[in-house]
Design a protein around this ligand. Structure first.
Ligand code: G3I
Ligand code: 9MR
Length: 575
């Protein structure tokens, strides 16, 4: 114990002297950027050194302060998204487990990181437990929520049918019950469109890695039952989604919402009325795709639910076929998130693919022209890639109607496009390839790049794809221009003021609810923040409540994080 304290003091002294030497204040952000959690022994290990001062870098044991590895930095090059010139310090071939930091004689040091097996296990659990923390209609108990326990918010048993959603059987003001589900984000509303990709991505994680998730314990209220915890968590949202379908026609309400965003309150403090608003084609198709997926995934655990999910999916699909142009139009008295879309072709593709896979009915394959469509990066507004992800996974069990070569080629082409950027980018990441990579929710885009890269890896077992997928994770955890590890509670320099009401309004806790990735830097801000540290897209981030364009959390940005970490944990430990 004493020697640990002694060594820590030495380290503190050395770091402090170094800081003084290099002109940094003791509290300044560390100039060398890397994944602040760490690396698996056999994974690539990269740090970013700012500037062009080439030469030697060292890996220092954080306990003994001994130099354990020496390497040469290389490739000073510009990253156009941040305007920086940076170099790579590659210490992939250092594999000894331990705790370390990087030192460059003129630049400074990095935060501490670890090399170990299972290095992202806790982060992975936390990124899934974030969904539990965002549950509506349930007490978060001390046992499961720790210091973030809170009373249930939004029972959602009395929900009014909004004028925009009125039908003969359910006129304006009609009351339905629509409990459970996850709050979308930092706000308290529940949106079907965004629930679509989020819930699907968790179900895909299970479908692709069942043996891993069968054993993953999340300490949620359902943990003691026989089902995998990830499926119990997803079920909380699926149960809510089912209530959003009008049993009279199969249409699905676009969202369940307050009329306005509420103030900075804890969920249980909110009393304003809630409404279901307008049925839309995008809601019906997202719903159909997810329910068709759920019908497969829950077959083994709850066949009755699986059957109900499939029927609901087909009913919603029929509604969408009859109502192919029901674009969401925000009613004048509703001011919450829109999740609007003016192109449903990708939603049709995705729903058709999931229904085809689940039912084996060729009509769904032929309903769309898969030969004519590409892949891309998934987002709430662009779900076409999810069709390819599912088709690839099920390629050995499809009917003769499907073109397996086409499915494989699409995934490889997309993977290669990302890989090329990974190989050539100054930050050694695929993120940054597309203009949309720095839209609102840029960190979600980073995760979704990795989801696609991981499909290419699953298909080919070519490790470059796995390494590239991990590089985007490294980006999220600190190897980025801002230097933040963007996941709350994980890393040394991490968001403390996310735009998350249940964190901001919680007077008991300084620490925000853990396990959420914030939206990340973006090139366009429409929030009330008076300043941003930079106008460069990759630097334009602010850890402040005011910044809902960069510092909010959502279920759709966490889902690719979950998928990516789960897959990487699985492969790094089971190769
Ligand atoms: O689709 C276009 C694309 O074609 C174009 O290239 C690109 C360039 O600007 O813009 C794309 O549109 C963007 C759209 O998201 C889709 O990515 C818009 O610029 C951008 O402003 C829009 O932001 C959305 C934001 O709501 C405002 O509508 C975010 O994606 C979305 O995550 C966010 O969602 C909010 C909910 O409404 C409410 N709950 C919180 C949640 C997160 O902040
Ligand atoms: O808190 C809201 C956040 O969840 C949304 O993503 C965002 C954009 O639609 O809007 C936030 O609410 C703000 C509102 O739009 C304007 N007044 C300030 C609110 C946040 O403080």
């Amino acid at each position: 114990m004493i020697s640990v304290i002694h060594n820590n003091l030495i380290q503190l002294f050395i770091s402090f002297s170094l800081c003084l030497m290099l002109g940094f204040s003791a509290t300044a952000q560390k100039p060398i950027k890397l994944n602040q959690i760490g690396f698996y022994p056999d994974s690539p290990k990269i740090a970013i050194i700012p500037g062009s001062d080439e030469g030697e870098f060292n890996i220092i044991d954080a306990i003994t302060d001994e130099v354990v590895y020496k390497g040469e930095v290389n490739n000073p090059s510009e990253w156009i998204h941040s305007g920086e010139t940076v170099m790579l310090a590659d210490f992939t071939d250092y594999t000894t487990p331990g705790k370390y930091y990087v030192l460059h004689p003129t630049v400074g040091i990095s935060y501490n990181f670890k090399i170990k097996n299972d290095v992202h296990r806790n982060l992975h659990k936390a990124s899934l437990r974030a969904y539990y923390y965002n549950r509506a209609s349930i007490d978060l108990t001390k046992i499961h929520a720790g210091k973030w326990h809170r009373p249930a918010g939004h029972p959602d048993t009395v929900i009014y049918v909004h004028k925009s959603a009125a039908s003969p059987e359910r006129p304006e003001g009609y009351v339905i019950s629509s409990p459970k589900g996850w709050y979308d984000a930092g706000d308290f509303n529940k949106y079907i469109v965004n629930s679509g990709i989020s819930t699907y991505t968790l179900l895909a994680a299970y479908e692709h890695f069942p043996e891993y998730y069968d054993k993953l314990y999340l300490n949620i209220p359902e943990s003691s039952n026989q089902n995998p915890d990830i499926l119990d968590e997803a079920r909380w949202n699926l149960d809510w989604m089912l209530t959003m379908q009008d049993p009279n026609d199969g249409g699905v309400y676009h969202k369940l919402t307050h009329l306005n965003f509420q103030g900075t309150m804890m969920p249980h403090e909110v009393t304003a009325d809630r409404y279901v608003v307008m049925k839309s084609t995008s809601a019906a198709l997202n719903f159909a795709a997810v329910m068709a997926t759920a019908a497969r995934v829950y077959e083994k655990y709850d066949p009755k639910f699986a059957q109900a999910a499939l029927e609901a999916a087909e009913y919603a699909w029929e509604w969408a076929i009859e109502n192919p142009e029901a674009y969401y139009i925000q009613p004048p008295d509703v001011h919450t998130g829109q999740y609007g879309d003016d192109d449903f072709s990708d939603e049709f593709d995705w729903a058709a693919a999931e229904l085809y896979i689940t039912t084996g009915n060729d009509e769904y394959w032929h309903a769309r022209n898969f030969h004519e469509i590409g892949v891309g990066i998934p987002s709430w507004q662009y779900v076409r890639p999810l069709a390819w992800v599912s088709l690839l996974h099920h390629r050995d069990n499809l009917t003769d109607a499907a073109d397996i070569d086409l499915i494989e080629q699409r995934i490889i082409d997309q993977g290669n496009e990302l890989l090329e950027e990974y190989n050539t980018s100054a930050y050694n990441i695929s993120k940054g390839l597309y203009e949309d990579d720095f839209v609102w929710g840029s960190n979600g885009m980073a995760g979704n790049h990795s989801v696609l890269l991981l499909q290419a890896y699953r298909l080919t077992k070519d490790e470059s794809y796995l390494n590239a997928a991990q590089a985007n994770l490294d980006y999220l955890l600190g190897r980025n221009a801002t230097g933040y590890s963007f996941v709350t509670g994980f890393g040394s320099f991490t968001p403390m003021y996310p735009h998350h009401r249940a964190s901001a309004a919680d007077e008991r806790n300084v620490d925000p609810v853990p396990g959420f990735v914030v939206g990340g830097p973006t090139y366009r801000h429409i929030d009330g923040c008076t300043w941003y540290p930079s106008t460069m897209p990759a630097l334009s981030y602010r850890d402040d409540w005011c910044s809902y364009t960069t510092n909010e959390v959502t279920i759709n940005w966490n889902a690719p994080l979950v998928y990516t970490i789960g897959a990487i944990e699985y492969y790094r430990n089971n190769k």
